[in-house]
Write a protein that binds this ligand. Structure first.
Ligand SMILES: Nc1ncnc2c1ncn2[C@@H]1O[C@H](COP(=O)(O)OP(=O)(O)OP(=O)(O)O)[C@@H](O)[C@H]1O
Ligand SMILES: [Mg+2]
Length: 259
């Protein structure tokens, strides 16, 4: 066990390269229990790599990663038991039906049979999958598959949720239900770290936001702190994001394209 049990997530001097290319550069980040933390950044900025390192799915080249007081390198299985993860491209067993898959996931986590059934049914109803649970996953729409991935991450009541673009493909009602669920779980002390490109969602849901750019954590704070950092008082996250990542020349780019 680590000494730093007060943090749900603690990354210290974390570096990850792929074939010499820096994906995550000297990342230092702590997230408190019960926080909803948003990881933003342009494509390829290192968000998914960072999230994968929290589960031990990607090993950092250097630095340390602690999750819920556990060193991910030493205790990868213990970490996975406590964490619910939705990858950016969930891989589901497409030849199973939705209910068979969730049943299987419930068994993997050792959830007692009646409790598992109750929870699965509640989630299926909440996310409007009722009536389709007996169909093969291969026949589901993208949003339906995303819902199954989300349910399988929530099912074992994890202490930490690691969600890589969790609202991908969800209709407005389901996105709202997932957002409200994150608030409720927060009240129970559950921590969430999520990546998203939907800045309105990040602004509305997250207690703090980290903005990554080319593997570096460029900015970190709540909305007020980010506004100060960007010297954009009163502005929304979109303007802050575009300014801090130096990608604010949108108008010129579009004009060039239509010339
Ligand atoms: N398995 C891999 N092999 C080689 N390079 C990789 C691998 N995974 C990621 N990378 C590289 O690492 C960098 C960061 O990728 P990552 O997937 O973490 O970005 P991201 O912020 O999640 O992007 P996106 O918004 O597109 O999901 C990119 O340059 C990417 O090409
Ligand atoms: Mg990604």
């Amino acid at each position: 066990m680590s000494q730093n049990v007060t943090y749900a997530v603690e990354l210290k001097n974390v570096q990850k390269k792929y074939n010499g290319l820096i994906a995550v550069n000297n990342l230092n980040l702590t997230i408190k229990a019960g926080e909803i933390f948003g990881l933003l950044g342009p494509n390829g900025s290192g968000k998914s790599t960072t999230l994968k390192m929290l589960l031990g799915l990607v090993q950092p080249d250097s630095g340390s990663v602690h999750v819920l007081g556990l060193d991910v390198k030493d205790d990868p299985v213990a970490v996975k038991k406590l964490v619910g993860y939705v990858p950016e491209t969930p891989r589901l067993y497409e030849f199973l039906t939705g209910i068979e898959f969730l049943d299987f996931i419930g068994d993997v986590y050792g959830i007692a049979s009646t409790e598992k059934q109750t929870r699965v049914n509640e989630y299926l109803r909440a996310l409007q999958l009722e009536g389709r649970e007996g169909d093969m996953i291969s026949s589901y729409s993208e949003g339906m598959k995303q819902k199954i991935a989300l349910i399988s991450a929530f099912l074992h009541k994890p202490k930490l949720l690691v969600l890589d673009e969790p609202l991908n493909g969800l209709d407005p009602r389901s996105a709202r239900i997932v957002k409200d669920l994150l608030y409720k779980l927060k009240e129970q002390g559950v921590t969430t770290i999520m990546s998203t490109h939907i800045l309105e969602i990040a602004q509305a849901v997250c207690d703090r936001i980290g903005i990554m750019y080319q593997g570096n954590l460029l900015a970190l704070g709540n909305m007020e702190e980010l506004r100060k950092m960007a010297k954009l008082p009163g502005s929304g996250l979109e303007d802050i994001f575009l300014k801090l990542t130096g990608t604010g020349d949108v108008k010129a780019v579009v004009e060039e394209l239509v010339r």
